[in-house]
Design a protein around this ligand. Structure first.
Ligand code: MD3
Ligand code: FE
Length: 222
């Protein structure tokens, strides 16, 4: 048997680890594995941010504590409390500015956005969400930003999650997508204001992050 045929047989049985692109909706592009080459830098940078601005369970205007723990980096951070949702330049827990957005974050977000057709994406906010087993995010729209013409870029790390992707109306039946470690999604154009959420996180163990999922959400807030 020729060496070529043996090689072909071998690769037939091996999972395909190359990044791939999939359209989820008009303006929404899933870049599978796009963050994998920089996973170690991202995880190290998250550790430095969390040392300055720890994860916390914020309270919604309705008085419920969120199951997802959050922190931010960048010149604007998304916060919620009894008075409402807003972007704030300082961490309300410390009164200090949010940690600066690491260069590795900015470069990755801009590259992913460009890959999806949005050149010149310059996020000023990065919300960092941490999910433990059972944590979820109910269906909502992201509309606290000043400019909806900029996309949102999200990076999934750690345990996989089921992403719920609806439409412009809350009543639109959500489709389900599995988001895995290293996946990036760019949400722009018509999908920018679509309702979306995350189903309760299933328990598991991730080789790099253990029993958690971390999501980075890059926005142009101001
Ligand atoms: C679709 N976070 O922080 S990221 C959020 O995985 C949020 O933690 C989820 O929704 C998470 O607001 C999902 C993906 C995401 C972010 C913004 C979107 C999807 C979006 C805006 C419009 C449409
Ligand atoms: Fe959202």
């Amino acid at each position: 048997m020729s060496a070529d045929l043996l090689t072909a047989d071998l690769f037939e049985s091996v999972p395909d680890l190359r990044p791939s692109r999939e359209a989820m909706a008009d303006g929404a592009v899933l870049l599978r594995g796009f963050a994998r080459p920089v996973e170690a830098e991202l995880i190290a940078a998250i550790g430095e941010i969390v040392a300055q601005a720890p994860f916390r369970h914020m309270v919604t205007p309705g008085g419920h504590s969120m199951s997802v723990a959050m922190t931010n980096c960048g010149s604007a951070g998304w916060v919620t409390d009894r008075s409402g949702y807003r972007y704030d330049g300082v961490d309300p827990e410390s009164g200090a500015p949010w940690p600066a957005m690491p260069r590795s974050f900015r470069v990755l977000a801009a590259r992913a956005a460009a890959e999806a057709g949005f050149d010149g994406f310059a996020p000023d906010a990065c919300l960092i969400n941490r999910y433990h087993t059972g944590a979820r995010m109910s269906l909502h729209q992201d509309k606290d930003e000043d400019d909806f013409s900029a996309p949102i870029v999200s990076v999934s790390l750690g345990l996989p999650a089921v992403f719920l992707f609806g439409g412009l109306q809350r009543s639109d039946k959500p489709r389900r997508f599995r988001l895995e470690h290293g996946d990036i999604v760019v949400w722009g154009g018509p999908s920018r204001l679509f309702f979306h959420g995350i189903a309760p996180l299933a328990d598991g163990e991730h080789a790099l992050l253990g029993r958690q999922r971390i999501n980075l959400t890059f926005r142009k807030a101001r």
